[in-house]
Design a protein. Structure first.
Length: 156
């Protein structure tokens, strides 16, 4: 796992777009495609990390110390947050996502926070199952207009 650089914005965009299209094909859209462009990723690049297998990017996630959009009702100092967790389809199967989430747990410990939090499409049983099997516990739903996210947290 390594910190992304501005040169990685296209790779991150490609991984996220691939994952978004795969989810959309299954009827559980994760993200709007226009939010996953290189131009949208670049200003936030310091929050992105890449998981590499050899010299190939296998997955990505966004790690944050606050999330006022999806968790505005929570104390700022008690958690870290992951967003945009995605794995290239050729690396699907759970090992990469598990390793990325374990990395985020360890990074949360270094920040001395009590929880690692995330959200996902509340209507996606596959995503919810992945996070629940890892050990995340359902916290609550949050409506974002017509879209509802399920909020989860992992106790450190």
């Amino acid at each position: 796992m390594r910190q992304a650089t501005p040169d990685d914005a296209k790779i991150i965009s490609d991984i996220l777009t691939e994952a978004a299209l795969w989810q959309k094909e299954r009827g559980y859209p994760a993200w709007q495609l226009d939010t996953l462009t290189e131009e949208k990723i670049t200003p936030q690049i310091d929050q992105f990390f890449l998981m590499e297998m050899g010299d190939e990017a296998a997955g990505t996630l966004k790690f944050q110390t606050e999330d006022k959009l999806f968790w505005p009702d929570q104390s700022e100092d008690e958690a870290t947050y992951v967003q945009k967790v995605a794995v290239r389809r050729k690396f699907a199967g759970g090992a990469i996502s598990h390793a990325m989430l374990m990395w985020a747990v360890e990074r949360t410990r270094t920040h001395h926070r009590k929880y690692l939090r995330l959200d996902c499409n509340a209507a996606s049983p596959g995503l919810r199952s992945i996070y629940e099997k890892f050990g995340f516990v359902y916290h609550s739903d949050k409506s974002m207009g017509a879209f509802v996210v399920a909020r989860y947290q992992y106790k450190i």
